[in-house]
Design a protein around this ligand. Structure first.
Ligand code: AHR
Length: 499
């Protein structure tokens, strides 16, 4: 079978927005405690931050990190996590049935963010709290000094203001599981009030209204429309969340997960633009896809909440397969393709819980399979996203109907002439002959390549064998007569860098 990608340097979608290579650190399981923060670990620094995890976070190429939740934020009191540690209260976190010691909070997160070289994205609690607590947190975090709240931060050791620019107005308020779950009408009104209040302090903040926690939510579409009717003038983004998993042995549907993500994005854009049209507004609301990943959620739900309340239990620490990595690579292709409207995104999550990075207490840290497509895409997708035209055979899937076996995107860095092509073969059992004409880019050669998947799709990386699933160079790919040609293995993700 043959598949072809057509790209042209003149036809661009948008610049690659670095914020789409974001991640997510929630107080959930061992993401914070025993993940990024483990005082006493051999690699921990004076702040208790694990050096081996920090190194991997930098290697992953993460640009922005959303914090502190997730469902956790809807019951969180930010004040509990600042000030002298021995005076911080221990509380119950009902979202994950966990004991929260509050040993790690805002200022520790900002120290970690500086060391990791990432932009913080902060969520405020609109589940059990509202405007007053949001603006107090904003003043504590961002005001330079001279007021009670900002001086409190200085007294807590953070002399410089944190200057957090991007803020999420609550989390998944459409979900019945959410503490403070409410209607689109009520949430929209509250989000408008909080956004307006926060803007009185700083008009230039970038604010995210909660969209749907999934495309299959019964309120999807109507939720976005109602929330944006209230908030259109005061927010910049609407959020989208999506998790995918292999169900049974339906590999074909799983490999085509990005078809669902693609539709989700198109539908949210259409809904947001419809509200904009009704309001005669020239403004465009973009998407913050601030939770996305492969997550074995059904298994997690079947296991149920732990009976006992404990500190940092192991939650959703699944070992990701090579197949999962192929799907993660293809979800990144979809996000890139929509760079004109998806201008921020966070893979959920970063460490241990649903994480790209795994680590053991007192022990090593390692890269999960899904680490690799993320790291390579974040590193090589530079410059502008090119409008990709893919012609390829289709395959029938149980969940998504007929889908193209290939999906692809390319980026072009005009400064150095480099072109990066990312392509996924979604066929579970057949290879595809892939080609793309490169003559519009001058005399380029294959400079780098990588391929993941193909065989041994259920292999995983473990503590004992941390490099079982790693990308290999695509040795048989070549540039012939100005065209890139490669035989893409079944169920594979590939990257080609040309210069
Ligand atoms: O990332 C795990 C959880 O998934 C988040 O806390 C929540 O927002 C979503 O349902």
């Amino acid at each position: 079978e043959n598949g072809k990608l057509t790209i042209d340097p003149a036809f661009t979608v948008a610049p690659v927005n670095r914020r789409i290579f974001g991640s997510f650190v929630e107080h959930m399981g061992r993401c914070v405690y025993g993940g990024i923060f483990e005082p006493g670990h051999p690699t921990a620094d004076a702040d208790g931050l694990r050096g081996d995890v920090l190194d991997l976070v930098r290697e992953l190429g993460v640009t922005a990190v959303r914090y502190p939740g997730g469902n956790f934020v809807s019951g969180y009191r930010w004040e509990d996590g600042v000030g002298p540690r021995d005076q911080r209260p221990t509380r119950l976190d009902p979202a994950w049935r966990t004991i929260e010691t509050n040993a790690f909070g805002l200022n520790e997160f900002m120290t970690w963010a500086r060391k990791a070289g990432i932009e913080p994205v902060m969520a405020v609690n609109l589940g059990t709290r509202g405007l007053a607590e949001a603006i107090e947190l904003l003043e504590y975090a961002n005001h330079p000094g001279g007021t009670e709240l900002s001086d409190r931060r200085v007294a807590h050791g953070a002399g410089e203001p944190h200057d957090i620019r991007m803020w999420c107005l609550g989390n998944e308020m459409d979900g019945p599981w959410q503490l403070g779950h409410t209607t689109a009408e009520e949430y929209g009104r509250l989000a408008k009030e909080v956004a307006g209040g926060m803007r009185q302090y700083d008009a230039d903040l970038e604010l995210v209204a909660c969209g749907s926690s999934g495309r299959s939510m019964p309120t999807f579409g109507a939720w976005e429309a109602t929330v944006l009717e209230h908030t259109y003038d005061v927010v910049d983004f609407v959020s989208a969340h999506a998790y995918y998993e292999l169900e049974g042995d339906d590999v074909a549907s799983f490999l085509a997960s990005s078809v669902d993500m693609d539709l989700f994005i198109r539908e949210v854009v259409a809904t947001a633009d419809h509200v904009g049209a009704k309001l005669s507004s020239p403004k465009r609301i973009n998407i913050s896809f601030d939770e996305w990943n492969v997550w074995y959620l059904k298994k997690f739900q079947q296991e149920g909440s732990p009976e006992e309340w404990t500190v940092a239990p192991r939650l959703s620490e699944d070992a990701y397969t090579a197949l999962d990595a192929v799907v993660v690579g293809s979800l990144l292709i979809t996000l890139l393709k929509h760079s004109d409207r998806v201008t921020a995104a966070c893979q959920a999550q970063l460490v241990n819980t649903i994480g790209s990075i795994r680590c053991e207490p007192g022990g090593p840290a390692w890269r999960q399979s899904i680490f690799h497509p993320f790291a390579l895409t974040a590193r090589f997708a530079q410059g502008e996203v090119l409008d990709p035209r893919v012609v390829a055979p289709t395959i029938v899937t149980a969940k998504h109907g007929d889908v193209s076996v290939l999906d692809a995107v390319a980026t072009h860095d005009r400064e150095n002439g480099r072109v990066a092509v990312f392509v996924v073969n979604r066929h579970p059992s057949e290879s595809v002959a892939f080609s793309t004409d490169l003559r519009r880019f001058g005399d380029v050669e294959l400079a780098e390549s990588a391929v993941l998947g193909g065989e041994d799709l259920y292999a995983v990386n473990t503590m004992e064998d941390p490099d079982r699933v790693v990308p290999t160079t695509f040795d048989s790919a070549k540039v012939v007569g100005g065209a890139l040609e490669a035989e893409l293995p079944p169920a594979s993700w590939s990257m080609f860098v040309l210069q």
